[in-house]
Ligand binder design. Structure first.
Ligand SMILES: [Cu+2]
Length: 378
């Protein structure tokens, strides 16, 4: 096939916003994408957690620890996915709590509906996170516009798969201050800062050290190889009911041992989370925990790259398809499944999976600057 096996989707009318590689966005870039992102984060962090447009509320949509952690029954499946996995005897020692909690916090009344919604370990992983990024991006866009920034601002992505094997925190996200002396809100100290155990060299994320082991980022792009979406070892994950962690398929004809995460979700997605966050026990491992990950601005750029890999997978071979069989009970449920969100106005932002399958169409209307197939159609 021409063009290295890349199947281009038909163009849709502009304006389509372009999500760009943060590496290509120097602080001096004319649109100041990175600088405006930082200033928008500052604004969002200043809002109280009760406000759906605040930084902490947005992070809690992914997951949030129960404040009543001491009273937690780990068998209660309505409770946090993370905490279910923690040995009760260990609860007092975990750092799976809100690291920004303050006495004066006033948690929102609608948290039971909108918080702790992240979909992992199933075929809802990719569409749910795409929706999550979409609403977050719109909220940031409004902050950027209010600050006088570009109207077509779009989230940058962190390409840890770069062909040079970069696997480092992007330069712009490391120093606590920008060259002009203003605070860099893309930099946080809660990233892997543990000295390596010899003979492994230390990996200090914000120093620009290479993160994780050599295979953390899936250098061979093995995640792009599966040709089926639906499977625990497929690209997108096993058929499952929509739940934190996945709870088995809606239609029993798919054996439940095929439920579970897809290849992309495990590695590089999960492995790069842990490589970035580091060890979970010392309270400085935000990216390693569902409940804290989205507090680190790099979470959004990390997931943008995961979303881009989904787009690459779809484009690289015409045989690669999302679940699309309307006659199949499971596929139909996947397509019609809706998830609850606030939109940028705090109004109803609910979306169905079938609405987010082509990024160039509304309501998404974005594309990536690079969806070249790294495997060149192989
Ligand atoms: Cu993630």
């Amino acid at each position: 096939m021409a063009n290295g096996g890349v199947v281009r989707r038909p163009a849709v009318p502009s304006p389509v916003r372009i999500r760009q590689n943060i590496k290509s966005l120097a602080v001096t870039d004319p649109k100041k994408i990175v600088a405006f992102f930082s200033r928008a984060i500052e604004k969002m962090q200043a809002l109280p957690i009760k406000n759906p447009l605040s930084w902490r509320y947005q992070a809690a949509i992914h997951d949030y620890p129960f404040p009543d952690v001491d009273a937690l029954d780990p068998r209660d499946k309505t409770k946090s996915f993370n905490l279910r996995r923690v040995d009760p005897a260990d609860l007092a020692n975990t750092f799976d709590r809100d690291p920004l909690a303050r006495r004066e916090d006033n948690l929102p009344d609608d948290r039971g509906t909108f918080w702790r919604q992240c979909q992992h370990g199933s075929w809802f992983f990719l569409p749910w996170h795409r929706m999550y990024l979409h609403h977050f991006e719109k909220i940031v866009m409004d902050q950027v516009a209010a600050l006088g920034g570009p109207k077509d601002w779009a989230l940058p992505y962190w390409d840890w798969t770069a062909s040079d094997g970069d696997q480092r925190i992007p330069t712009q996200c490391r120093p606590p201050n920008f060259p002009d002396g203003t605070k860099n809100f893309l930099s946080i100290p809660q990233r892997n800062s543990l000295p390596g155990v010899p003979p492994r060299p230390p990996q200090i994320a914000n120093n620009g050290d290479r993160l994780g082991g050599a295979d953390s980022m899936d250098k061979g792009f093995l995640c792009l190889i599966p040709s089926d979406f639906t499977h625990h070892a497929g690209f997108g994950g096993g058929a499952s009911l929509p739940q934190h962690g996945g709870e088995g398929p809606p239609d029993a004809k798919i054996p439940s041992d095929l439920a579970g995460d897809g290849v992309l979700e495990g590695k590089p997605h999960g492995s790069m989370h842990v490589a970035t966050g580091g060890i979970a026990r010392d309270g400085t491992a935000w990216m390693s925990l569902f409940t804290q990950a989205a507090l680190d601005p790099i979470f959004w750029m990390h997931h943008c790259n995961v979303d881009r890999l989904w787009e690459i997978w779809i484009q690289r071979k015409s045989a690669n398809r999302n679940p699309d069989d309307r006659n199949d009970k499971n596929d139909a449920k996947w397509l019609d499944q809706s998830f609850k969100f606030h939109d940028r106005t705090k109004g109803n932002g609910d979306l169905q999976v079938k609405q987010v399958l082509n990024t160039r169409n509304p309501p998404l209307s974005y594309e990536y600057d690079d969806t070249t197939d790294p495997l060149k159609g192989a």
